[in-house]
Design a protein around this ligand. Structure first.
Ligand code: BEZ
Ligand code: FE
Length: 275
């Protein structure tokens, strides 16, 4: 039988179909099929294929534990947001999830409600408060809220060697009524790193490299699914164009003037039951 692009694709899919593990087989055969269909549909040239290989090589060279260009590539393709979406709480009543991002650390210092996470680089003060509840609205006392955010100098603590460790990070526990409250800075939009191959891709696409202004939260309580989410500032100009497609309407939160030079944000969290 003469080889055609389609039967070459089918041969590859069949060969990959010999993978013994069923889930791995599904992933690899589907990937091979879509990759071949992409090349067939676009009539991919040798130069274009080589360009792609060079691009991926550059992405790989710029990836280590500190600088995750591969993750950034997945982010700007909206793949990270899609995977989050597919794996988020299926429960309509639960708070929506959002990207973890590259700056989470699991052992932020435990603080008291009312404490400020701003150790360095004061910005516009915000009192962030809310309640953590379960599906039926029942308060969850002792729930853990981990919070992290960019500092007013435009860097996360892991990016800036001169920044105090754990600046703009903290871990809080809800009180008997499931409430938490803390002080932080008003978030602002910031650019993802553009000095690598993903920056070049954004240039080609003519895309703004800005993330919408956000505060990261991870909320966990016994018997409930942990939630990774972000609170978005309703006044931010980049909500529609967030470079990593992370914004969910239900997470957009107004910041009210507190009449004293600062703001108040209320962000309630509803967790889905575990299992
Ligand atoms: C962030 O939310 O901090 C982030 C997410 C994706 C890429 C870069 C930064
Ligand atoms: Fe972030």
């Amino acid at each position: 039988m003469a080889t055609t692009p389609e039967n070459l694709r089918d041969q590859v899919v069949t060969a990959f179909g010999a993978t013994p593990d069923p889930r791995m087989r599904e992933l690899l055969t589907t990937l091979a099929k879509h990759l071949h269909d992409f090349a067939i549909e676009t009539n991919l040239t040798v130069e274009e294929w080589l360009g792609g290989i060079e691009f991926l090589t550059a992405v790989g060279k710029m990836s280590d534990e500190k600088r995750q260009e591969c993750v950034l590539l997945s982010d700007v393709f909206g793949l990270s947001a899609l995977v989050d979406f597919l794996n988020g709480p299926q429960d309509q009543d639960a708070t929506e999830n959002a990207l973890l991002g590259p700056f989470y650390v699991s052992d932020a210092p435990l603080m008291e409600n009312g404490d400020s996470i701003v150790q360095q680089h004061e910005g516009e003060p915000v009192r962030l408060e809310g309640r953590v509840t379960g599906k039926g609205g029942e308060p969850l006392p002792g729930a853990q809220i981990e919070i992290w955010q960019i500092a007013a100098n435009g860097q996360y603590d892991g990016q800036d060697p001169d920044m105090v460790e754990n600046n703009m990070r903290g871990r809080f526990r809800t009180d008997d009524e499931g409430r938490y409250w803390l002080v932080t800075n008003r978030p602002f939009g910031y650019s993802v790193p553009t000095d690598g191959p993903v920056g070049r891709l954004l240039d080609v696409l003519g895309r703004d490299p800005m993330r919408a202004a956000h505060i990261h939260l991870r909320v966990s309580a016994d018997g409930y699914q942990p939630l990774v989410t972000q609170m978005y500032d309703a006044d931010c100009d980049y909500l529609e164009t967030d470079v990593v497609f992370g914004v969910r309407e239900s997470l957009i939160t107004p910041l009210e003037d507190d009449g004293d030079g600062g703001f108040i944000a209320r962000f309630n969290v509803r967790l889905a039951p575990a299992g």
